[in-house]
Each structure stands twice: as structure tokens, then as C-alpha cells.
Design a protein around this ligand. Sequence first.
Ligand code: AMP
Length: 191
Amino acid sequence: MRLILMGPPGAGKGTQAKYVAEHFGIPAISTGDIFRANVSRGTDLGVQAKRYMDAGEYVPDEITNLMVRNRIDEPDADPGFLLDGYPRTLAQVEELDSMIEHTGHRLDAVVVLTVDSEEVVQRLLNRARTEGRADDTEDVIRRRQEIFLEETEPLIAVYRERGLVHEINGMGEVDEVTKRIFEALDVIDES
Ligand code: AMP
């Protein structure tokens, strides 16, 4: 299975990505997590990414694309992968198309988590309090929502045209949302 999990920041992508990836026996690849790991290790990539992340802006495509290309080349991604937080721009969509085409496979589905935007902001403010992420201040949270609407939401239409989009209600308990995702994806897995 080659899957994308999409939705605004705070929609619960990270949590759901872990369950879905485990269910299908594939790695969950979160570009945000990889960037954060690099920031905490103080790598060159981390130093470059940090200033964008702290401002709620996207890390430039060239940096992000190369990082994903390298990650997808790892052997654990041979049977497939679930991408969480990538692609986020049209250039990343094109790059991902070429990465997948190169392996001779295809993208199976794009799961879009839909949530109430005010609840999303509240979730992120809660996460800021409990996890202390540097990019979870209110201004940055608002900027991240804005950039999602400008840059990433339009990608849903691109994938919808390809017939790949499964819109899933992301509101409610975590396990209810997981169940909805499984119901949508198990049909594809069987086909
Ligand atoms: P996330 O944890 O997915 O919300 O990502 C945290 C931050 O990492 C984002 O606000 C961006 O600064 C950066 N980031 C993650 N994924 C991408 C991506 N696909 N393209 C550009 N920047 C990204």
C-alpha cells in the first residue's frame, strides 16, 4: 500500500498515521518528525529547516523532496509506505509521482481527514501546553493553518481528479476515526 494522509495541522494525522501504518505493515513517514529529529540532533538539515518551522512556513521543496526520496529508498519502504505531511505543495506532488513511478508502483489512496477548524486550533494549543513544540505558539498555529489553505488544500482537488481521495470525518474519538479510515482502506486493500 502506498498511502498519503492529508489534513490541516492538528487534524490528528500523526496519531492516525501510526495506527494505519501498523495495520498495513508499512512505515509511517512523517516529514515533520524527520525534520524535528534533525533539529534536535543539530544536523545541517535540521539547522536549515528550523527557521522555517519556527515561523510556521514550509521548508523549501528541494530540501524536503530530497529527504523524502532518501527515506523512500530505505528497504523498509519496499512493501509500501504511508506519508504523513507530504506532499504539501504542487512541486512535491510532481516529485512524489516521479519517485513512485521510478519504483514501478502506484499511489493507492489519499486519506483526507476533515475537521472543524476552530477545534483544530484548540487541539494545537493543547499540544503546545503538553508537548512544548517550538512551532505551537498561537501566531505560528494561525500561520500554519493559513499556509495549509493556500498551498496544500488545493492538492486535494488534484488527487480527487485521479479518483484517489477518501474523505474521512476526523472529529470524535481517536479509535472511531481509525475505524473509519480502516473501513475505507480495507476495501482498496482487498481489490
Ligand atoms: P508537521 O509535524 O507535519 O506539522 O510539520 C512541522 C513543520 O515541518 C511544518 O510546519 C513545516 O515547517 C515542516 N514540514 C513538514 N513537512 C513538510 C513538507 N512536506 N514541506 C515543507 N515543509 C514541511
